[in-house]
Design a protein around this ligand. Sequence first.
Ligand code: SF4
Length: 409
Amino acid sequence: MRHNPDGDNVDTDFRAQTGTTDFDRIRTDDAAGLYVHLPFCRNKCLYCDFVTFSLGRQAEPYLAAVEREAIAIGAQQDPAFARFDSVYLGGGTPSLLPAAAVARLLDRLHTVFTITADAEITLESNPEDVDPQAAAAWIAAGVNRVTVGVQTVHVRTLAAVRRPGGPAAVSAAVAALREAGVGNIALDLIVGLPDEGPTRWAESLEFCLGLRPDHVSMYLLDADEHPAVARRIRDGRWRMPPDEAMADFYLHASARLAAAGLPQYEISNFAAPARRSRHNLKYWRLAPYLGLGVAAHSFDGRRRWWNERRLQVYVDRTAASRRAEAGEDAWDWTRRAREFVMLGLRLVDGVSRAEFQRRMGRPFPPEWAAVLKKNIVPSLVLDDNGTFRLTPQGMLVSNEILQELFDAN
Ligand code: SF4
C-alpha cells in the first residue's frame, strides 16, 4: 500500500477510478529521447548557467566516459529506454568538437541503443564553427537537424555578453548547412540582451526570417535569473528594456513568425507542425528521456535523476564502473501531476483532461480546473472541449497562473 504526501490512499483511489493497480509511472506510447551533454565552450557567455568547461585536453577522456556510461546503461535494458526516436547533442557547444568525434559518438550510440531509422538527430552549433566540411561530416554521421545560436545580429551586443558570431557568420553557417543537405535548421534568438530594444530585436528577427529557417527559438532573458547580468544592470553598466516592451515584442514576434509559416507551438518555440522539435517535445510531454554526460538529467516516466556536475569526478566514476548519478527525485504522483500541467501548458496544444486521466491514472484535479476556468474571462486561458490552453497573453504570465494553480492544492 502506498501513500502520497497528501495522505491519500493512492492504490485504492486508482483502483476505484481505473480498475487497475499499475500506477507507478506516467503512461506513454512515445519512444524515448537520448540526450548527450557535450559541455565544452570557447569561453563563458555572461548570461550562461549551463555546466560548461573550456575544451583543453579534456574532450577525449570525456567522450570515452560518455561511451562507458552509455554501455553501462544499455546493459541494464531498461524497458523505458527500449527505443529512441530522437538524439540530441547539446551543450556546451557540440559543434566545437572535431566532426570525427561526433561521428564516432553517434556510431557508438547506435551500437549500444536501439535508435529508430527515422530518428531526429540534432546537433547544437555556434555559427563560427559551421563550415562546409563540418556540415558534410555531420550529415554523413547521421545528423539531420542543426540548431544555430544567433542570439542577436548586433555584434556590439554579442561582444558585451562575450559571444562570437554575428550576421555574416550566421549567413555563412546556414548556407553551408543547406549546401550539405541539412533539411531542418533551427535558429535561436535571445530577446532582452543589454542595450537592445524593440528595433534591434525586430532587426534580428527579420534577419533570421530572411534565412528561411525551419524552426525559431526565442528566449526572453530574465535578468533576475542571471547574477552577472543583474549586477551589471544594478551598477548602471547595462540598460535593459522595460518588461512591457519585451511583452509587446513577444506578441508582435509571435504574430510575425506565424505569418512567416512558423506558428508558435511552445512558449519560446515556433515551427510548422512537422518541424517541431521531437526531442524537446518529450520534455514538455513527460515522455522518457535518457541523459548521458556530466550534469545530464534523465526521466524514465517514474523517477528523475541527474548526473555528477564535476567533470573529472564524472570521468573517474565511469572509469571505476560506478554510476555517474548524483541525485534523484523519486516517484510522487502529485509532483508528477504538477509537472504534467506545468510543462503541458507551455505548449499551444495545452493540457487535455482526458489525456491527463489516461496518462496519470486519476481525473484532472477539480481545484486546478477551477483556477484555470477563472482565468478564461481575462483572456489568459481557453477551455477548448476539455483541453486547457494558455492564450498568447496567458503565456506571458504563465508563472503567475501556475503559482495560483498549485497554491490551490
Ligand atoms: S556558447 Fe552556449 S553553452 Fe557555451 S557558454 Fe555560451 S551560452 Fe553557455
